[in-house]
Design a binder for this molecule. Structure first.
Ligand SMILES: Cc1cc2nc3c(=O)[nH]c(=O)nc-3n(C[C@H](O)[C@H](O)[C@H](O)COP(=O)(O)OP(=O)(O)OC[C@H]3O[C@@H](n4cnc5c(N)ncnc54)[C@H](O)[C@@H]3O)c2cc1C
Length: 339
């Protein structure tokens, strides 16, 4: 076993890592509502936070047009505009916002090490993970074409725009059943497009769906395309795909809601941070604390239930306060040791 490696025998990449180490008090990973809110609080508490934006600067909301449910905007606001304001507010108090991707972590010691863009290492006293979650789509070209023009992955966010209209929800699990019943309260008609001949949703949710008169389940159907001039006007479905009864049908709808799950962006943390079976980071209830002292999680990456901008921002605030308290406790412990 090699215990000691002389400096001149190190590979170029190892050298690059070691030469490129920066120490920070508070590192924030992610630039959505959770990351920027954590940054506002952390910078005002003098933690001098460094925030890496990731590839999607501003987070998920930059992919949407109108945000109507964030408090403080009585006339609504576009997602990109709102996130630009979050960024400005964080920078006003001194947050160092940088474009870059966290590519690896080492939380095995007291200093939490995070590699950025595979070539720089940050040693942070505290880390706030705010990397969000990514909605799953079917992978149809039409989903991209009609993004924000009838295609949505969030009924709570966009359902309001489809009042008294006809919509479809794709999926057969609990989320799909919840989204369908929520939309049924707003819309004229809700189709549930279900690939199999059963729902995966819990018994209680299934009953709720079955007892809602304006939900129609299209069993053994799969969406293969969407059509419409200036937005979604309908969907093309294949019924009983791969069987002798296979049939192509078209339904008229104004909104197409995906409810086939989200993938939390937690892969690079999983070696050290506890997650649930679907990858959501586990936090101690009522806090943003993970299983590693000094590492906190906020926003959608730790929230399989609400996934809203305002809840993400709220938990970002919690993470910054938890980080500040952690650092004060560490400082007190150090003083005690010195006495
Ligand atoms: C189309 C759409 C419309 C929506 N509309 C609304 C709405 O009207 N109202 C509402 O309340 N909510 C809405 N939502 C939900 C809302 O966007 C999310 O709940 C919210 O953005 C979650 O915030 P977050 O900060 O946790 O994560 P996100 O906004 O997902 O941000 C995650 C951030 O992490 C960064 N990141 C990821 N991995 C890394 C990495 N390895 N290194 C560095 N950075 C990384 C990304 O670049 C991104 O900046 C909508 C979502 C979508 C997709």
């Amino acid at each position: 076993m090699e215990l000691f490696k002389p400096m001149d025998l190190q590979s170029d990449s190892e050298k690059a890592d070691i030469e490129n180490v920066e120490k920070v008090r508070c590192l924030i990973i992610g630039s959505g509502p959770a990351g920027y809110t954590a940054a506002i609080y952390a910078s005002r508490a003098n933690l001098k936070p460094v925030l890496y934006t990731g590839m999607e600067m501003g987070g998920q909301l930059t992919t949407t047009t109108d945000v109507d449910n964030y408090p403080g905007y009585p006339d609504g606001v576009t997602g990109p505009e709102m996130m630009e304001q979050f960024k400005k507010q964080a920078e006003r108090f001194g947050t160092d916002v940088r474009f870059g991707l966290a590519t690896d972590t080492d939380f095995s010691g007291d200093k939490h090490k995070v590699t950025i863009d595979n070539n720089k290492q940050i040693e942070a006293d505290t880390v706030i993970i705010a990397t969000g979650a990514t909605a799953r789509y079917l992978g149809l070209e039409a989903e991209k074409k009609y993004a924000g023009m009838g295609v949505s992955a969030c009924a709570t966010c966009d359902g309001f725009f489809y009042r008294q209209k006809d919509v479809a929800v794709v999926g057969g699990g609990d989320t799909a059943a919840e989204e369908a019943t929520y939309l049924a309260g707003l819309c004229n008609k809700v189709y549930m497009i279900v690939r199999r001949n059963v729902l995966r949703a819990s018994k209680a949710m299934q009953e709720k769906v079955m007892n809602t008169s304006n939900i129609e389940i299209l069993w053994e159907h799969q969406a293969i395309d969407l059509f419409g001039e200036n937005g979604v006007e309908g969907a093309v479905l294949v019924k009983k795909k791969g069987t002798p009864q296979e049939e192509i049908i078209r339904i008229k709808i104004d909104g197409f809601f995906l409810a086939i799950g989200h993938t939390p962006n937690s892969d690079i943390f999983k070696k050290y941070i506890d997650t649930d079976e679907t990858g959501y980071i586990k936090t101690i209830p009522g806090t943003s604390k993970t299983n590693i002292p000094g590492v906190f999680a906020a926003g959608d990456v730790q929230d399989p239930h609400y996934r809203q901008a305002v809840t993400a921002a709220g938990s970002g605030c919690m993470a910054a306060i938890d980080a500040e308290r952690y650092l004060s406790e560490q400082k007190n412990e150090d003083i005690q040791k010195d006495i």
